[in-house]
Write a protein that binds this ligand. Structure first.
Ligand code: ATP
Length: 255
């Protein structure tokens, strides 16, 4: 934590040389009463997760594999906005630290040159209308030199796109500083996404793209906007109708 200027985020750091998933480790810590802002960081994850049980490749030493514990007083339905804010924080941090221009693929990925650079996985513990805690998992491919077969076409790293290596510590610190500031603003604005809409849209590549929405139903559409609640507005190709897509429900191909 040396040199870290946050008030809460990263004040307690649980470091693992190797673990299954940092989201899983932090969940145990949260259930044991861990403080808001506690983070879990691993050098390597052996069973990193994506959404819907997908695997997240997290090889040793090459990336930032971390999870952040939050205890916001919000409704469970408002928690998906934290994914969007984490995406914004990471995108701005990467821009500032590298000079590159990554873009957010709504809702939970960051792309560089149309390949996946960052994945964000938000998980929560809640009952009825009460959120006990939220864990925001962030995986950033920093100095990765190669990906296993099958991922090479869709995944990338800062190193692969720029030919340069970067300090993971500097990036991690900047992410925490940015995210803390957005999180404080989110709480102060009574968990509204509206104050962030402009900033988010500026960094989001999904708008105006053709997307394939994979939810309860699968369909092709044109993404046209993001609502003040952080949902994606699309126009369906098959019937020309406008629909609002909720982030919890879908994967987007393209965009
Ligand atoms: P989609 O990209 O379809 O929207 P998703 O956002 O739900 O899916 P995630 O759950 O965030 O995807 O991530 C899991 C997927 O990311 C895996 O199925 C794999 O294709 C890809 N992936 C796994 N490890 C990495 C990595 N280190 N870097 C980039 N992509 C990865």
């Amino acid at each position: 934590a040396q040199g870290l200027s946050t008030k809460k985020l990263g004040r307690t750091i649980c470091f693992y040389k190797e673990t299954t998933t940092t989201n899983g480790c932090l969940r145990e810590i949260a259930l044991d009463g861990g403080d808001e802002g506690t983070i879990a960081v691993a050098e390597r994850m052996t069973a990193g997760r994506g959404r819907r049980g997908r695997h997240w490749e997290a090889p040793a030493g090459s990336g930032i594999w971390m999870s952040i514990l939050l205890r916001p007083n919000i409704f469970p339905s408002e928690a998906s906005v934290l994914t969007l804010l984490a995406g914004l924080a990471v995108c701005q941090a990467l821009e500032a630290e590298t000079g590159l221009s990554p873009k957010i693929k709504w809702p939970n990925d960051i792309l560089l040159n149309e390949k996946k650079l960052v994945g964000i996985l938000t998980e929560m513990d809640c009952e009825m209308q009460q959120t006990h805690f939220v864990i925001v998992g962030i995986g950033i491919n920093v100095n990765t030199t190669e990906f296993p077969e099958g991922l090479g076409d869709i995944a990338t790293s800062l190193y692969l796109e720029s030919g340069r290596t970067f300090s993971r510590k500097n990036i991690l610190q900047r992410v925490l500083v940015n995210f803390e500031s957005l999180y404080e603003e989110f709480i102060a604005s009574h968990s509204s996404f509206a104050p962030f809409l402009f900033r988010y849209k500026e960094k989001c590549s999904t708008i105006n793209q053709e997307v394939k929405v994979l939810g309860k139903e699968t369909f092709f559409a044109q993404a046209v906007d993001i609502t003040p609640e952080g949902e994606l507005v699309v126009i369906r190709k098959d019937n020309g109708k406008q629909e609002v897509v909720f982030s919890g429900e879908v994967s987007i191909r393209g965009g």
